[in-house]
Design a protein around this ligand. Structure first.
Ligand code: PLP
Length: 424
């Protein structure tokens, strides 16, 4: 039995890796760290060990952990009106929709419960638009290699990684993949049958790869020529992560639909599908729906999160901390044989692992964790850093020091033979 950290409930007596494996669906990787609490950029596990969290709950905890102000908003809203279903409207949903539309190209908002569902709605609405614009056959989608859009059947159909898709086929028909940042490849698969092209302005799961400006501008032109909608999936890169409120603003390319989720309600399930007017005006009552969509509790937290993230001070801080993190990663890359470089945008950065060291990525992630830093994998070739947007420059330095020590440790262990082939 583990010693309970102060304030931890007796429940911890029952938590160990074997319990997790016995209780939770077998789709999770084990063994996992079991976390008990968080504060700012740090989290603590059930044994009381502290970690600098440069995963931010996969870009969700953008404002850091343990936010008493957000807890207060949630408590107050839940006590006033916790849920009312989509039979009725509620004030926080309207307040958040006003902010999302006034700050973007969109005229209307659909609320979802996750990133996948925000994309699912985007694909459905694109089919309505396609049918209206080009007849019954204009239903196809184009997506990109390395792209990730979620695990529901529609979102999965446009997600590239075969290991995610193939066990669950057949998925929706008519999805074609092109090479990311390769306009000629996209042009070959976009046709007058294409309802929409879906793309992440910065690929997250695919490795923290930013789109080239010319690529996004070219996709916009190809979509216009084919009468197809352009969907930007900003579930991971949106809402301040790149240093702009929306990533599309940094590129100056305006999509027809944009999806958001991860940080929107700081961990409560809330996504949003932002619609330009020409898409919004096609929608009719009853065509789409969800019991939890736009619930008052999640939206009240969303309003508070939006106001914090959209502050010019916070966005400027993201940009300057991102430059510091990037410079640090580049100097690690020039000092360590394990890294070949760094890439990313804003506080969505990746340390790119040199080809002959890629099988050691799990050892790097594990080594960082043992030294008190949480990072995660991105794509086949990178370690991804997604700190809270509120992290301090000292925390960025702390992460860089730990990562540097980890790289040296993995390199030494490899030299001494302690790591074997690296396939762990
Ligand atoms: N789109 C992108 C770009 C993502 O990174 C993710 C999740 O990582 C999703 C969609 C799916 O979001 P969710 O896991 O909330 O369904």
């Amino acid at each position: 039995m583990r010693p309970a950290p102060s304030g931890a409930p007796d429940l911890l007596d029952h938590l160990d890796e074997h319990d997790e494996q016995g209780l939770l669906a077998g789709v999770l990787y084990h063994p996992r760290l079991v976390l008990a609490r968080g504060e700012g950029s740090y989290v603590w596990d059930v044994d009381g060990r502290r970690y600098l969290d440069f995963t931010a709950g996969l870009a969700v905890a953008a404002l850091g952990h343990g936010r008493a102000d957000l807890a207060d908003v949630l408590r107050e809203q839940f006590a006033r009106l916790g849920h009312c279903s989509n039979l009725y409207g509620n004030v926080p949903a309207l307040e958040l929709a006003r902010r999302l539309t006034e700050s973007s190209f969109a005229s209307r908002v659909w609320y979802a419960n996750s990133g996948a569902e925000a994309n699912e709605a985007a694909l459905k609405f694109a089919r309505l638009h396609g049918r209206a614009a080009g007849g019954p056959g204009k239903t196809r989608f184009v997506a990109f290699r390395g792209g990730f859009h979620g695990r529901t059947m529609g979102a999965l159909a446009v997600t590239h990684h075969p290991a995610y898709r193939e066990p669950f086929g057949p998925l929706i028909a008519g999805c074609r993949f092109a090479d990311f940042n390769d306009l000629a490849s996209a042009e070959r698969v976009i046709s007058d049958k294409t309802a929409a092209v879906i793309v992440e302005p910065v690929q997250g799961e695919g490795g923290g790869v930013p789109a080239d400006s010319d690529f996004l501008a070219g996709l916009r032109a190809l979509c216009d020529r084919a009468g197809a909608l352009l969907i930007f999936d900003e579930v991971q890169c949106g809402l301040g992560r790149t240093g702009s409120l929306y990533a599309y603003q940094a590129y100056g390319v305006i999509p027809d639909i944009l999806t958001l989720a991860k940080p929107l309600a700081a961990g409560l399930p809330l996504g949003a599908t932002l619609l330009s007017d020409h898409v919004a005006k096609l929608l009719k009552p009853g065509q789409h729906g969800s019991t939890f969509s736009g619930g008052p509790a999640a939206c009240a937290v969303g309003v508070k999160v939006f106001d914090a993230i959209s502050s010019p001070e916070l966005l400027a801080r993201v940009t300057s901390h991102a430059a510091h993190l990037r410079a640090g990663l580049e100097s690690l890359a020039s000092a360590s044989r394990l890294l070949s470089g760094a890439r990313g945008m804003g506080l969505m950065q990746a340390a790119v692992v040199a080809p002959r060291w890629r099988s050691y990525i799990p050892a790097i992630i594990q080594g960082a964790r043992q030294r008190g830093l949480l990072v995660t994998r991105a794509g086949d070739d990178a370690v991804r850093l997604l700190p809270p947007l509120t992290c301090s420059v000292e925390e960025v330095d702390e992460a860089l020091v730990i990562l540097g020590e980890t790289l040296a440790g993995v390199s030494d262990a490899r030299t001494s033979g302690a790591l074997g082939s690296g396939r762990n």
